[in-house]
Design a binder for this molecule. Structure first.
Ligand code: AMP
Length: 278
């Protein structure tokens, strides 16, 4: 497995790779969720490139950029184990050299859900992902359903900017008790870690209610809200029952929807989602 940092190192290494190339973008501190993406890419592509970059432009000033967990040696060992060919680990200076001025913005889809409390987040994501695509020139790229809105936004960007890249969306990998794996779970103390199971418990309660015949969007949101409110260490930021492609909030009877939520457990902000009726 080769590692590169600069754009010119990347360009030379890219020339050696067999096609098709699959790209797995990450911010590091890898867990089984990330590795499921790399394994899927390994199955489907002749070469696999992973990137590790904690992208400063997708963090707001008050967010956790400085404390975001890092363990590069372990990450590289894990990526090597699953058969990744090339790891690109750019520095912030490589990505955003002095006088950097160009941004990629997806409009309406980024104003809702995560965009409400993180108004600058998606511009950072789409800009860095476009730069990763232009650097690596993959035929396929692998993203996790864990970040449901990110998937919708990247799909929109791929179409709108004519990137010749296929996105493969991989299912959420969960801990045995249902908590979606996340690098940020590392912040939770044992009590908070237990409380954090409420996200998946609440989403599955709503899904079960839907399957038992409760199809009103308002009711599904209320089921989730009540479950989260019953957990004293958890504070609900939002619960959405939205159209899975437009992300527009649904009212009344639904046929299928993306139920997604953000919850704070202590200072840690966690997200999760589930499809109902799909
Ligand atoms: P991150 O390092 O948090 O930026 O995540 C990198 C990629 O891994 C994104 O496409 C995430 O959606 C995906 N990912 C993170 N956690 C999970 C998970 N629990 N299951 C599946 N994919 C995940």
């Amino acid at each position: 497995m080769k590692t590169v940092v600069t754009i010119s190192e990347l360009r030379s290494a890219r020339l050696e790779l067999a096609e098709p190339v699959g790209l797995v973008p990450t911010m590091g501190y890898l867990h089984e969720g990330h590795l499921s993406l790399a394994k899927r890419a390994r199955e489907e592509c002749a070469s696999v490139v992973a990137t590790i970059f904690i992208n400063p432009t997708q963090f707001a000033p008050e967010e956790d950029l400085d404390s975001y967990p890092r363990d590069l040696d372990k990450d590289l060992a894990l990526l090597e184990e699953v058969g990744v060919d090339l790891v690109w680990m750019p520095t912030p200076e490589v990505m955003y050299p002095e006088n950097y001025q160009t941004w990629v913005t997806v409009d309406e889809l980024t104003h809702v859900l995560e965009g409400t409390s993180r108004p600058t987040h998606f511009q950072g994501v789409t800009t860095v992902v476009a730069k990763l695509f232009n650097g690596v020139l993959p035929q396929k790229t692998y993203f996790g359903q864990k970040d449901a809105q990110q998937v919708v936004v990247i799909q929109r960007m791929l179409q709108d900017l004519n990137f010749p890249i296929e996105i493969v969306v991989c299912p959420i990998v969960r801990e045995p008790d249902g908590l979606a794996m996340s690098s940020r779970n590392y912040y939770l103390n044992p009590e908070q870690r237990q409380a954090a199971t409420v996200l998946y418990r609440a989403l599955t309660a709503a899904k079960e209610a839907f399957e038992a015949g409760e199809q009103q969007a308002e009711k599904l949101r209320a089921i989730v809200t009540n479950k989260v409110n019953a957990e004293s260490l958890a504070e609900l930021e939002y619960i959405s029952c939205a159209h899975p492609e437009t992300l527009i909030e649904l009212e009344g009877a639904i046929e299928g929807a993306l139920l997604s939520m953000a919850v704070c457990v202590g200072k840690t902000r966690l997200i999760d989602n589930i499809f109902v009726g799909k």
